[in-house]
Design a protein around this ligand. Structure first.
Ligand code: ZN
Length: 169
C-alpha cells in the first residue's frame, strides 16, 4: 500500500514537473517568436548607406534569401551600418539584430562576435556568448533545431564578414 502511494506520488510529481516544463518552454518559445516577428516586421537600420566604406551582398540558395550590408567605418570603428533583405523572417530578423549589435563596435570585436554567434548556431558551444551580450539574438538560437534555417540566421553575419573584407574604393 505504502509503496503504491509512493509510486503514485512520484508519478504525480513528475507529471506536474512535465506540465510546468512544457508550459515554461512554450512561453519562452512564444517570447522568442515575438522578438523575431518584431524585428522582421519593423527592421532596425534597414536600407543602404549612400557613401559606405564597405559593402557586400549575400545569397542563401536553400531559402532564397537575399541580403545586402553597407558599413561606414572610421578608423577601427563601425560608425554606421544598414542592411536590406528580401527573404524569410529569420534572415530579416537576424539582419536587424546584427546591425543593432555591431554598430559602434571595433572591427575585430564585430568579427569575433560574428564567429562566436555562428558557432553557437551550429551547436558547437552554447556558452560562447553570455545572455547579456546576445540581447535579442538569443531568440534566434531556437533555429539550431532546424539545420536548413541556420543558414537564414547566419546570412547577415556572412554578409558582414564579406563587407569587412571588401572596402569600397
Ligand atoms: Zn530564409
Amino acid at each position: 500500500m505504502d509503496r503504491c502511494r509512493c509510486f503514485f506520488r512520484k508519478r504525480l510529481y513528475f507529471g506536474k514537473f512535465l506540465k510546468f516544463y512544457r508550459f515554461g518552454m512554450s512561453l519562452l518559445n512564444e517570447l522568442y517568436q515575438e522578438i523575431i516577428i518584431d524585428h522582421s516586421a519593423s527592421p532596425r537600420n534597414e536600407g543602404r548607406l549612400i557613401t559606405p566604406t564597405h559593402f557586400a551582398e549575400a545569397y542563401n540558395a536553400t531559402c532564397g534569401d537575399e541580403l545586402a550590408v553597407s558599413l561606414w567605418v572610421r578608423g577601427d570603428c563601425i560608425m554606421d551600418v544598414k542592411f536590406y533583405a528580401q527573404g524569410c523572417s529569420i534572415s530579416k530578423a537576424s539582419g536587424s539584430m546584427m546591425t543593432e549589435k555591431i554598430k559602434y563596435m571595433a572591427i575585430g570585436e564585430a568579427l569575433k562576435f560574428s564567429k562566436n554567434f555562428q558557432n553557437m548556431l551550429y551547436g558547437e558551444d552554447l556558452q560562447l556568448l553570455g545572455e547579456e551580450a546576445m540581447g535579442d539574438l538569443v531568440a534566434l538560437l531556437g533555429v539550431r533545431q532546424f539545420p536548413l534555417r541556420v543558414k537564414c540566421a547566419t546570412l547577415a553575419w556572412h554578409a558582414l564578414e564579406n563587407a569587412l573584407k571588401f572596402p569600397v574604393h
